[in-house]
Design a protein around this ligand. Structure first.
Ligand code: DQA
Length: 154
């Protein structure tokens, strides 16, 4: 079965109670349920993970890259590492599976330090500001893009 990796970075384990005015009240378990539902509609399975450690996110990106044959792509909300981590940007460049950058909030409407992303230039697409629905949009985009590539190869 085709697989979509959904990787979440620091502090996202606290969704639901963390700054609800910015991030809403859905928990990380709710996010996982939304992702599973969205992937199911495309006949895909989800590998859903969260870590507060930069290195774990890098290791998981490499792992997703190694499973390219069965992987449609990666949905990545790297949290604040988005704005600081050259290493995460390099990890995305180092793998061949498409990565979609997701942010619950509209980072461009927030503090200036959130406007820059080390990840965006390496990503296939970006979804910001749609809350939890953004994860479903990213999964939809990944599945549709993969289908477009498959059709083009036929
Ligand atoms: C975030 C936006 C980041 O700027 C912030 O550090 C987060 C969450 C979002 O989903 O809106 O941790 O990635």
């Amino acid at each position: 079965m085709a697989k979509i990796w959904v990787l979440n970075g620091p502090n996202l384990n606290l969704l639901g109670t963390r700054e609800p005015a910015v991030y809403g009240t859905a928990t990380i378990a709710d996010v996982e349920a939304v992702c599973r539902q969205a992937a199911k509609a495309h006949g895909a399975d989800v590998d859903f993970r969260q870590s507060n450690h930069e290195g774990a996110l890098i290791d998981w990106l490499h792992e997703a890259g190694r499973s390219a044959a069965e992987t449609l792509g990666v949905v990545l909300n790297a949290g604040a590492y988005t704005h600081t981590s050259l290493a995460l940007g390099d990890a995305i460049k180092a793998i061949t599976v498409p990565v979609i950058e997701v942010h619950l909030s509209n980072v461009h409407a927030r503090e200036p330090f959130r406007h820059h992303s080390y990840l965006s230039p390496a990503c296939a697409g970006i979804v910001v500001g749609f809350g939890v629905a953004g994860y479903a949009l990213a999964i939809d985009g990944l599945a549709r893009t993969a289908k477009t590539y498959a059709d083009a190869r036929r």
